[in-house]
Each structure stands twice: as C-alpha cells, then as structure tokens.
Design a protein around this ligand. Structure first.
Ligand SMILES: *Cc1c(COP(=O)(O)O)cnc(C)c1O
Ligand SMILES: [Zn+2]
Length: 415
C-alpha cells in the first residue's frame, strides 16, 4: 500500500490512489474534444501526515526524497542529474538596472537538457516497480533524455519520433542504444501511436503531460534554486514554454514547499513563448481554446496544442504569472549575446527565456534590487543549424602574416 502520495485530477479535482501505474483521470480524459488541450492530467499530492515537521534542511539532506514519488534515491541513475550550477551574472543590463540575474544552467545535465530531471524520476520509479521498458514520443530532447537515462540504468527505451525529425536529433537516441520507431506523421500522431503501443505491449510510458511523474522530476529545479539562493524565493523566474510542463514543474516545486510550510510565498513566473508558437500564452483566461499552427526556429517550444495547457494556465492565473512573446530574431540575437557575454551557449528554446529577460529589462520592470532567475533548459550544441544565420566563417587565409593582418583589419583592438 502506497501511503506516500496520491494523484489529483487537475480538472475535476478527483483523488486517485497512488497505486501502480496511473496516467490520466479516466473521467476527464474520456471527455476529450478534438482540437482542444488534453484534459484529466494528474498532479501528485503527498500525504500531509508524512510531511509533518519537514524542514528544508531535512528535505535537502535526503536529496528531496520526501517530496518525490519513489522510495529510495539509490533508484536514480548514477549519472549526476539536476544539481546544476546557478550562476550569478553581472552584465550591462544588471549594472544599469541594479538588479540581480542568475542563470540555472540545465544544459549541464547528462544528455544536455532539462528533460533529464523528468526522465531520471520516471526511470527511478520504473526501477522500483521492476519495469524494464520505457517508451516515449518525442521529436528531440525528451527522447534523447529518456534514451540516455535508460542506458545508465540498464533499462530499455523505445522512442517514437516523427520520421521528419532532423537527423541530428536522432543521433543521441541511437547512440544511447534506444529502439527508434520513426513514424510517418507528426508529433501528435507519434504520441498517439506510442500510447497504443504502450497498451499493446504492456510497456511503461514517459510521455509528457500524460505520465504525472515528469512534473515531479522537473520541480526539483525549484528546490535547487531556493537552496542556491540561500533559502530565498527569487522575485522572478523566466521559463521558456512549449507544452507547459517545465513551467508547471517549477510552480509545483515552489507550491510543494509552500504547502508543506517550508516557505510562505511564491515567485513571479514569466512564461516566455516564441511569437510563432504562442498558443499557450495567447489562450490564458480565454473561454474557448483557439490555436494557430506553430512556426518557430526554437523547435523545443514549437507546439500547436500545448499538452499541459490546462495546468499551466491554472498556475499562471492562481499565482499571477506573467507572459511574454519574443520573435525568432530576438531569440537568435539573445542567443548570440548570451554566448558571447557569458560563455553559455543555449539552444534557441532556452535563449528565448533570455530574450524575454532582455525585453523585461528594456521595459524597466525588473525592479531595483530584484532577484531574477533564468532557466537555461538546453545546450546550444543540440541545434547548430538554427544559429547559422548569425555566423560568418571567414575565408581561409594563405599562411603568411600579411594575410592574417588583413583578415584582422576589422578587429582594431587586436592589432
Ligand atoms: C522541452 C523544452 C522546453 C519546453 O518545455 P515544455 O514543458 O514543453 O513547456 C524548453 N526548452 C527546452 C530546451 C526543452 O527541451
Ligand atoms: Zn478528472
């Protein structure tokens, strides 16, 4: 009998026992309409009796296991997942506006993206349930992350990806030894097929906004930020948003601390989307969900119907979150600036959050002395193609010093 946690439906509020494998609230999921965001996504609720007297110190000493949906941290992959650096950045904007900027560098996860936090928790749960095969539908980071974590754990990963997915995105999946199922169709079709295959073959599914444990992994970034800021809640956190799972995870982490009496306030969270893929921020508070087909170079946040829209919307409304949109050009420019000024090379989705930060600075609302945090969700090496428009690789020179001097003529500071 699992007394540690149960599930609660995000839509109808029904509680479901935390027994075995549970994905969605069957009542709400059954009422799903085409063209609308999925309903019946579940939230993990921890037994308050077991959380009595929980302090942050104890939570941290036990590697957050009191607020994680499995029993033993030794079930986690041996690869260091999460526990990423929080860098204090002093740049032009911070100097002018007199605020603080911190960057949580989650590109330093084992497979180079934030998704490892979710894959690690799902994999640990699977290990404790003696499940050996985990399946996911993905076009990129979630699939490569699950493949890497399963490789570390001696588990089998099966990744369903649209056949049109760029070859570079599939390389990690194959190198980690996962079984790749290229699907004739888009992500949504791959998603549905992966769920059918999960049922047919009796596998375990990691799909985002389907398996409720992914959010539990993602929330650990909130715990770490609180810890790394010396037990302080930041004023503002910039989060890049596609399906709305990462942002819900960050909210959930701070909410778990609030509900267990560790903290007494919530940060302001800024949801940043690309102008060409803004269906989540555009539909907040609207009676009816309407979507525009997405088109942005930031492929990790390119989403038509955000799968975790309902939960993200609820969080943003309840805790008065903010929303921002940035253009693809602003994303590229932000990516260049961030890399050149800090040495942090982010993939476009992650650079979108930095673009959102720069936009906020420009409007002057960061506030003197405020603490701002940015989630750097993925490495720039994951997507070299989209930054090509920024690059100009010089013509090769003849091996003599005159050619070098002439090549350097624009870099007068070097001469
Ligand atoms: C998945 C992902 C996101 C967006 O997360 P959602 O949960 O889909 O909102 C942002 N950045 C990177 C690098 C990602 O891989
Ligand atoms: Zn429900």
């Amino acid at each position: 009998m699992n007394s540690k946690f149960s599930y609660q439906c995000n839509d109808c509020g029904r509680e479901i026992p935390g027994e075995g494998i549970v994905y969605l609230c069957s009542e709400c999921a059954g009422r799903q309409k085409a063209g609308q965001p999925p309903a019946g996504i579940l939230k993990v609720i921890y037994n308050p009796l077991l959380l009595r007297g929980l302090t942050f110190k104890k939570l941290e000493e036990n590697r957050f296991i009191d607020l994680l949906p499995f029993n033993d941290t030794r079930s986690l992959p041996f690869l260091r997942t999460g526990n990423t650096p929080l860098y204090r950045i002093s740049g032009r904007e911070t100097a002018i506006r007199g605020h603080e900027l911190f960057i949580k560098d989650d590109s330093q996860n084992p497979t180079f993206s934030f998704k490892d936090r979710a894959s690690a928790v799902v994999s640990a749960f699977a290990k404790e349930q003696e499940i050996s095969t985990i399946v996911a539908a993905s076009t990129g980071n979630a699939g490569s992350s699950l493949a890497g974590m399963c490789a570390a754990q001696g588990q089998k990963a099966v990744i369903f990806a649209p056949a049109s997915a760029p070859a570079a995105k599939l390389t990690q999946i194959l190198m980690y030894g996962a079984v790749l199922v290229p699907v004739n169709g888009n992500y949504d079709i791959a998603f549905d097929l992966s769920i059918e295959a999960t049922k047919h073959f009796g596998w375990y599914n990691r799909n985002t906004a389907y398996n409720p444990l992914t959010i539990e992994g993602k929330k650990t970034a909130a715990f770490e930020i609180y810890s790394q800021l010396g037990h302080r809640i930041p004023d503002r956190i910039f989060v890049p948003v596609g399906d709305g799972v990462i942002i819900s995870g960050i909210y959930k982490g701070f909410e778990d601390m609030l509900k267990s009496g560790i903290t007494d306030s919530m940060p302001e969270i800024v949801a940043v989307q690309a102008e060409g893929s803004s269906n989540l921020v555009d539909n907040i508070g609207k009676k009816e969900f309407n979507y525009t087909p997405s088109s942005t170079l930031a492929d990790s946040i390119s989403v038509d119907i955000p799968r975790n829209f309902r939960m993200a919307e609820k969080y943003l409304l309840q805790y008065k979150g903010k929303t921002l949109k940035v253009s693809d050009w602003q994303i590229l420019e932000a990516s260049r600036q961030l890399a050149a000024q800090t040495g942090l090379f982010a993939e476009p989705a992650a650079a979108a959050a930095y673009a959102g930060y720069l936009l906020t600075c420009a409007t002057g609302i960061t506030g003197k002395g405020s603490i701002n945090v940015l989630l750097l969700t993925g490495s720039g090496l994951k997507d070299l193609k989209s930054v090509q428009p920024l690059l100009h690789i010089p013509e090769a020179v003849s091996p003599d010093i005159h050619s070098v001097t002439s090549l350097l003529k624009e870099n007068t500071d070097l001469l």
